[in-house]
Ligand binder design. Structure first.
Ligand SMILES: Nc1nc2c(ncn2[C@@H]2O[C@H](COP(=O)(O)OP(=O)(O)OP(=O)(O)O)[C@@H](O)[C@H]2O)c(=O)[nH]1
Length: 368
């Protein structure tokens, strides 16, 4: 397979060290033997109006690793040296990001479902009433499956009681350590066990839980987090999808994604079938352009020179990969089969300008 970079401009988003993370001061303090009170601590009191995503699960299930790999560009191998989380770690995802929300990483030792008797209930209510999505991370190779399912069930009941609109996502994590058959079996077994528990509480029709297999060692965690983050953008998802559908059909594209560049999360795609290899190819293109950008970024007077109209095309045999920056935060990445000569670069460029205009109009109306 020949890899050929046809055109390349340096993207301004590729350079900066990751500044999307702004952990709150003191949010990672250690305590010798944490009680539930110290695990919760005053951290829950500094809420703001941003949507919140909660990251829960047993100790060592991989919550902090997920957070760091996606939002802090930590390599998967480095996560082996992470300390356990001792207090709720709240992270603002904003600044250089299009997405604007808070991610709350909970200590695995903190079992919210058993706190009602011990804690001020208003603290627990505060956690759930402002949350949009609860991600529960389960390690499938742990012997503590039943404990994890019990904790998940208790947490879901508690959260639903306080906030019936909250969405539930279960990441069956560390999928790199199990084979394909085990992945399917795991999802089937967990769905069955949690549904049986919800049925006995009479809630099986009211609570919808999505199960995904994830790993920080491949793109699956980025895909899963992308789908979770899209739940915060409900009002723009459908117009974005329509615009992408029109772009894909008029340029005879295979697939198109709109990515938030910090972090590498896709916030929309066209309605054609999603397949992992295509998504991985688009992610790899983003990484490649970002890396090239780091090397070739030009500076003016010690400052990075802003490049707002980055366009890159990579030719892989008979496939063209396009990356076109829409604005400071967003980029279109799409795949086109080259044998389709009807769509020249000029036509693609013109149609991209129409897409860009459409996206900007949607963002204006949505006040984003
Ligand atoms: N194989 C594999 N290991 C992972 C994955 N994600 C995390 N880990 C490892 O799991 C271990 C625990 O990860 P942490 O992120 O610290 O777990 P945690 O859920 O935050 O743990 P607490 O802070 O105690 O609640 C680390 O050694 C990680 O390297 C994964 O996708 N695959």
């Amino acid at each position: 397979m020949t890899h050929e970079v046809a055109t390349l401009e340096v993207p301004e988003w590729s350079i900066a060290a990751d500044t999307t993370l702004k952990p709150e001061p003191g949010s990672r303090q250690l305590s010798a033997s944490p009680s539930s009170a110290s695990l919760l601590s005053a951290n829950t009191s500094t809420c703001n109006n941003k949507p919140k995503i909660l990251l829960m699960g047993l100790s060592k299930s991989g919550k902090t690793s997920i957070r760091n790999v996606i939002f802090h560009k930590m390599s998967a191998n480095e996560t082996q040296f992470l300390d356990p989380t001792h207090k709720i770690d709240k992270v603002d995802i904003s600044n250089k990001s299009f997405l604007d929300f808070q991610l709350w990483d909970f200590p695995g030792k903190l079992d919210i479902s058993h706190l009602r008797d011990k804690e001020d209930t208003s603290t627990i209510e505060k956690i759930f009433e402002e949350a949009r999505v609860l991600i529960f991370v389960i390690d499938p190779v742990e012997e503590k499956h039943s404990i994890a399912i019990d904790r998940l069930h208790g947490t879901i009941l508690e959260a639903y009681k306080i906030n019936p609109k909250i969405k539930f996502e279960v990441f069956i994590h560390k999928s790199d350590s199990i084979n394909e058959d085990q992945k399917i079996d795991n999802i089937r077994e967990m769905t069955h066990r949690i549904n049986r528990k919800l049925m006995s509480a009479g809630l099986q029709d009211r609570i919808l839980i999505s199960f995904r297999t994830t790993s920080i060692y491949d793109h699956s965690i980025f895909e899963a987090m992308s789908i979770v983050c899209q739940q915060l953008l409900e009002n723009i998802l459908s117009p974005f999808e329509n615009i992408l559908n029109a772009f894909v059909s008029s340029n005879k594209m295979e697939k198109a994604f709109i990515f938030d560049l910090h972090p590498k999360i896709f916030i929309a795609t066209d309605s054609s079938t999603f397949d992992m290899p295509t998504y991985e190819l688009c992610c790899d293109m983003l990484d490649l352009i970002a890396d090239m950008g780091c090397i070739y970024q030009e500076y003016e007077g010690g400052e990075e020179r802003g490049v707002f109209s980055t366009c890159s095309v990579i030719k892989l045999n008979d496939t063209l990969l396009h990356l076109k920056q829409i604005n400071r935060h967003l980029a279109l990445v799409c795949i086109q089969m080259q044998q389709d000569t009807a769509c020249t670069q000029g036509i693609v460029d013109y149609n991209f300008q129409q897409l860009k205009h459409g996206i900007q109009e949607v963002l204006k109306v949505a006040n984003l």
